[in-house]
Design a protein around this ligand. Structure first.
Ligand code: NAP
Length: 488
């Protein structure tokens, strides 16, 4: 893609002085500048309540960029070129006044793409869309990007979507889940649908089970107020983990067209076996970390973190077992888990194939492990196929061999936000969630929230720096399985 492929745009970032803008959005757009793909007249217009001049905003970006963009890159001519794209308009999202100034800044250039990136609390989304519309800023070339969290339950999510839908049509709305912008997630699509080899094995006949892990070693890190009212289920499972599940489990779409892919993802969500209260009790594990140590550093318990209620029952860990009721996946369990203050920062999908039906090798041969496809998303992106090979020497001893399916490349791998911001400008919705998908994901999750509210199950403690509470290991052990990292 080069600068001729990207239409001239004005990208308005609401919350343009916040952590997300400074840490992710501005650096991502700068990387696209360095790649030389932004059109000359493309502009980024940041907005927040704090009154300041354009020069002051640029100075703020320069100061913050030191933490997120390497010094050497900021010495390149691209950095000064990029700063020239930045503008600033002070707006209180909830009041109509500032939008007239935004209108003047944007001008009447109707041919430009307008991207409104809402990087504020979702409680402002409805008001922002209403005022943008009121100021005549929404036209057929306008796109709106909605950051998560989109609500805290089914009703609030529906309410936000309904408000936004009054002013933007569905094909103008980009609900972001940055996990879907990761290179490996795209690679998963190519692996599945670009090779007959995997697709023909991708079903209950050959696959024993699938694990999805999103583990963080950090705690709440300054997000205590938000996190203590949110918890791991809403923060991670309902969006990131369920979206990854969709990409692993969906049927081949007819094309990469946004609706073709999203139709298939929706079918997965609608095929999830609905949860009974017994399932909530037995198949959903929640935990909260106690004091411990990670990489030799001591870590406080969750309840002792600054800003957390001393008696908080918020879950910092969830593990669950789910089933997809269709022909491809009948009887194949999907085990998902996510947590904070875990032993390692790792996001990965493990597809474990069935054991060979009969071993002809020495029973003592320990290497005869079932094949696994390990798709690592974080910290490094990598796909490895774990096979069995012969141990060199006399006899026919078997040993595990690993085949890396990731071509080593000197090329810059774009950060998820780089890809998704450009997609939002050019109008590619494939990697963004459609309203009905979000609805279906919330519908599946709701019995868990209801059960927990009614005291079903309990929050199990786990030591910071471990792999979660014992209930998580037991969830798999009772099916004669174990989490992948337990092997190492
Ligand atoms: P933040 O650092 O607290 O920034 C909030 C931004 O919103 C600031 O620019 C703030 O500037 C502006 N703002 C607050 N009230 C406003 C109002 N009434 N009108 C206009 N602007 C207002 O938050 P953040 O971490 O960037 O997160 C923003 C949103 O993205 C949150 O909903 C968060 O959950 C979500 N998110 C964040 C991350 C992340 O990594 N940070 C990741 C995924 C999703 P003023 O105070 O000057 O108005």
């Amino acid at each position: 893609m080069n600068s001729r492929d990207i239409p001239v745009f004005d990208m308005v970032i609401f919350g343009g002085t916040g952590d997300l803008a400074m840490r992710k959005l501005i650096p991502a757009m700068f990387q696209r500048e360095r790649a030389g793909v932004l059109p000359d007249d493309g502009r980024i217009i940041a907005s927040a309540r704090n009154p300041m001049s354009r020069e002051q905003y640029i100075a703020m970006v320069e100061a913050q960029a030191a933490s997120y963009i390497p010094d050497a890159q900021r010495q390149e001519p691209a950095w000064q070129r990029f700063l020239q794209r930045l503008h600033y308009v002070a707006i209180d999202a909830t009041k109509s006044e500032g939008y007239a100034t935004l209108q003047e800044t944007i001008g009447k250039a109707n041919g430009k793409i307008r991207v409104f990136y809402l990087a504020t609390s979702p409680k402002f989304f409805g008001a922002i869309c209403k005022h943008l519309h009121g100021a005549g800023l929404v036209n057929e070339r306008s796109h709106v990007v909605l950051e998560k969290p989109l609500g805290h339950d089914l009703d609030s999510s529906r309410a936000i979507n309904a408000e936004v839908a009054q002013y933007f049509s569905e094909d103008q709305i980009y609900r972001i889940d940055h996990y879907l912008g990761k290179e490996t997630v795209q690679n998963l699509l190519v692996l599945r649908f670009g090779n007959t080899l995997f697709e023909s094995l991708w079903n209950q006949k050959y696959i024993d089970h699938i694990q999805i892990t999103v583990a963080e070693s950090i705690g709440v890190e300054g997000r205590a107020g938000f996190y203590d009212h949110t918890g791991a289920l809403r923060d991670m499972v309902q969006n990131h983990l369920m979206q990854l599940l969709c990409f692993v489990a969906m049927e081949p779409p007819a094309s990469l067209d946004a609706n073709a892919v999203r139709d298939e993802k929706l079918k997965v969500l609608r095929s999830l076996k609905p949860l009974t209260m017994d399932d909530v009790k037995n198949n959903i594990i929640r935990g909260q970390y106690t004091a411990g140590a990670i990489n030799g550093k001591t870590a406080n318990s969750y309840r002792k973190e600054e800003g957390i209620e001393p008696e908080s029952q918020t879950e910092t860990f969830v593990a669950l077992k789910m089933e997809i009721e269709n022909w491809r996946w009948g009887n194949v369990p999907f085990y998902l888990r996510t947590g904070k203050r875990m032993a390692q920062r790792v996001s990965e999908i493990v597809v474990q194939f069935k054991s060979v039906p009969h071993s002809i090798f020495d029973n003592r041969s320990t290497g005869l492990e079932p094949n696994k496809l390990v798709i690592k998303i974080q910290p490094e992106e990598d796909i490895t196929l774990m096979l069995c090979g012969k141990k060199p020497g006399t006899g026919t001893n078997v040993r595990p061999v690993e085949l890396s399916l990731t071509a080593s490349s000197e090329e810059h791998i774009p950060d998820a936000y780089e890809r998704l911001l450009i997609d939002a400008i050019v109008g590619r919705q494939t990697l963004f969630m459609r309203r009905d998908e979000l609805d279906a994901a919330w519908q599946w999750v709701m019995p868990i929230l209801e059960g927990w509210n009614n005291g079903v199950g309990r929050v199990e403690p786990y030591v910071a720096g471990s792999w979660g509470p014992s209930g998580s290991a037991f969830l798999l052990a009772r099916d004669n399985r174990h989490w992948y990292e337990d092997l190492s």
